[in-house]
Design a protein around this ligand. Structure first.
Ligand code: LMR
Length: 502
């Protein structure tokens, strides 16, 4: 490396020299040979042959001396270096690049959801619209920080809170608040101290802790995942080495729930399997079971001695009511079932980047809850040690202050309301503009941030390539990223993609 730096400095000195610069159309090519292989060439269009020769000689002398030469081209472990050509203005030189022991690592594919945002950023067309990631935007399509979050943060700043480590299980006030929001503050399962709750790194991190718990204490047990599901679920269970299979969920013919298929598949799974359920606002379909269907799902899970495992990422954000969106979890808890619930505050409090959530394990006894909690802490410690404090404090402050809590509920209703209104407007545009008589009413039946359009991959590609509308390739669009002003444009794009691309 030293030799390369010296070589470059020789060249740049030559290049700066006024006596040499006026001499044109000359070139220095310098080859360095060792018994193995190494060469470097420098090309200077304005350097004279004699000047070039003197540089060449100087370089040679330096190269010959000591081990500098060898170590410049061969690493400590004697690996040969490959050559790369670099251009710096008029100087072209081949730079030696050391072969890496990471060369066998191939390029990972872009993430099917977060990768869409990267592609969106790179698009310069002014019509572009990002309906990929599930993140709330204002009517002006700007990210939104809840006013109540700002107020809680100001309060935290005034108090001058410290930045000490949290315990492994997270902030106590947050854990209490989150379990109460989920089960309801008066729920006997809390008074009986049967819930083990630890703060997690939002929904993903919380799911990952539970997946590790399953792998460690229920070896070989499999988890059933809806088909389709959120793009990260399979990654999480794959990485935790929990085997999974799918249960039918979406019926493309009705663009609705395949309830019979779902029940059949849950029944057919080996006894004691885990069943991953979306507590509300199923991602990506936006299709939820009715209360009667939830009862039936609970019956089958109970009959088969399965474990229900809820992913609750949208509490309060789907219907606008925290209690209504937790009703599926509460129904199962009221039946005396043991269950797991991962929570996220990314959507309902807009704390995406704060990574705040929790994993709750409802056990049959308080003693089991204590032991389960101790093991979840044991899993968390070597993974990330302890969770971040800022988002957890925001949640605890918002929930713990009655005024803030009411403001939060109002803002949540406002956000859920805006999504519902663009959903309606999109439907109105689709049904009035599409003259083929196609029934678009599924858009209205779906709930939450997303609409599952039924567009296939080629049609979704058309949405992006022709219309600059970014969405996931499974046909999901995030209505939280849509404005009323863009509904007509989106409807045109969907109609075109649906009818003109197969
Ligand atoms: C989504 O589904 O778009 C969100 O949950 C963001 C994510 O992490 O995938």
């Amino acid at each position: 490396m030293f030799v390369l730096i010296w070589l470059v400095s020789c060249v740049s000195r030559l290049h700066r020299s006024p006596t040499l610069l006026h001499l044109r159309h000359s070139r220095i090519t310098h080859s360095l040979k060792s018994n193995q292989m190494a060469s470097t060439f420098l090309s200077l269009p304005s350097v004279s042959p004699s000047a070039a020769q003197s540089v060449q000689d100087k370089c040679k002398d330096k190269m010959k001396s000591g081990n500098a030469f060898k170590s410049a081209f061969f690493g400590k472990d004697k690996q040969p270096l490959s050559m790369k050509t670099k251009s710096h203005g008029r100087i072209t030189m081949a730079v030696a690049v050391k072969a890496s022991r990471f060369d066998s690592i191939t390029m990972a594919p872009p993430d099917p959801i977060l990768g869409v945002s990267e592609a969106f950023k790179a698009d310069t067309n002014e019509l572009k619209l990002n309906l990929g990631v599930g993140a709330y935007r204002t009517e002006e399509l700007q990210p939104y920080v809840l006013k109540v979050v700002r107020k809680a943060e100001n309060l935290m700043l005034e108090r001058g809170e410290n930045k000490e480590y949290l315990p492994i299980e997270g902030l106590a006030a947050f854990n209490k608040a989150t379990a109460e929001l989920l089960f309801g503050a008066d729920n006997p399962v809390l008074h009986e101290q049967r819930v083990a709750t630890i703060q997690g790194l939002s929904g993903t991190g919380s799911l990952r802790i539970a997946a590790a718990l399953i792998e460690r204490y229920f070896p070989g047990a499999k988890i059933l995942i809806s088909s389709p599901t959120w793009g990260n679920h399979k990654n999480i269970f794959n990485d935790a080495r929990v085997p999974w299979s799918e249960y039918r969920y979406y019926d493309p013919k009705t663009v609705g729930l395949d309830f019979d298929g779902m029940i059949e598949d849950i029944k057919a799974a080996p006894e004691g399997s885990f069943v991953l359920l979306h507590g509300c606002a199923h991602n990506p379909t936006g299709i939820d079971p009715t209360p009667q269907q939830w009862e039936k799902i609970a019956d089958v899970i109970q009959e088969k001695n399965h474990f229900p495992f809820f992913d609750v990422a949208y509490q309060g954000f789907a219907s606008g009511s925290l209690d209504e969106d937790a009703s599926s979890v509460r129904l199962f808890a009221a039946r005396g079932m043991e269950l797991l619930v991962a929570q996220s505050y990314s959507k309902n409090l807009g704390l995406y980047a704060e990574r705040v959530g929790a994993i709750n394990v409802l056990c049959s006894s308080p003693d089991a809850a204590i032991r389960v909690k101790s093991q979840m802490k044991r899993i968390a410690r070597p993974m990330y040690s302890n969770p971040p404090v800022h988002g957890a404090r925001i949640v605890a402050n918002v929930v713990g202050n009655p005024d803030f809590f009411n403001e939060w509920k109002d803002e949540m209703e406002m956000m859920a309301g805006r999504i519902k209104s663009v959903r309606q407007k999109l439907y109105n545009n689709l049904s009035s503009k599409d003259k083929t008589g196609k029934d678009w009413s599924f858009v209205l039946k779906q709930i939450g941030m997303f609409s599952f359009t039924g567009l296939n991959k080629a049609q979704s590609d058309n949405m992006t390539d022709k219309w600059h509308i970014y969405m996931t390739k499974d046909g999901r669009i995030s209505l939280a990223g849509l404005s009323a002003a863009k509904c007509e444009y989106l409807a045109d794009a969907i109609i075109d993609s649906y009818h003109n691309v197969s």
